[in-house]
Design a protein around this ligand. Structure first.
Ligand code: HEC
Length: 108
C-alpha cells in the first residue's frame, strides 16, 4: 500500500505548510527577535513585558495594524515604527500568529 506508506510524510509537509511553527519562529522570520527576546530588555522591550500590556491577541493585532498607539515604551516608538509598517502589510493570519507568539510569553 504505497499511499499508506507515504501518508506520514504528506501530513508532515501539510503541517509545515499551514504554519504550525514553533512560537518564536514567526518572530525570528520577521526580524523581530533581534530586538525582542523572551525575558530580557534589549533594543526593544522583552516579550514578557509587552505581554503584560495586552489582554488579548485582538488588541495586540490592532497595534500590529497601526491602529492603536504604543503602550509599552511610547518614547521609543520611533525605532518600532518601520516594523509596524511591515506588520500592517502582512496577512491577517500572519499578524494573528505574531500576536499569539508574543502573548505566549505572559508570566504564569
Ligand atoms: C529595531 C529594533 C526593533 C525591531 C526589529 C522590532 N521592534 Fe518591536 N519594538 C522596538 C522598540 C524600541 C519598542 C518600544 C516602543 C514601543 O513601545 O512601541 C518596540 C515595541 C514593540 C511592541 C509594543 C508596542 C506597544 O504597545 O508599545 C510590540 C508589540 C512590538 N514591538 C512588536 C514587534 C514585532 C512583531 C516585530 C517584528 C515584526 C518587532 N517588534 C520588531 C524595537 C524593535
Amino acid at each position: 500500500m504505497r499511499s499508506a506508506a507515504t501518508l506520514p510524510g504528506t501530513l508532515l509537509a501539510a503541517w509545515l505548510l499551514v504554519g504550525c511553527e514553533a512560537p518564536d519562529t514567526v518572530l525570528a522570520k520577521h526580524g523581530c527577535a533581534s530586538c525582542h527576546t523572551p525575558a530580557t530588555e534589549g533594543l526593544g522591550p522583552s516579550l514578557r513585558r509587552i505581554s503584560t500590556h495586552y489582554a488579548s491577541k485582538e488588541e495586540l493585532v490592532l497595534f500590529l495594524e497601526g491602529k492603536s498607539a504604543p503602550r509599552v515604551s511610547p518614547e521609543a516608538f520611533e525605532a518600532m515604527k518601520p516594523l509596524v509598517e511591515q506588520t500592517r502589510s502582512l496577512t491577517p493570519e500572519e499578524r494573528m500568529r505574531i500576536a499569539e507568539a508574543i502573548l505566549r510569553h505572559r508570566a504564569e
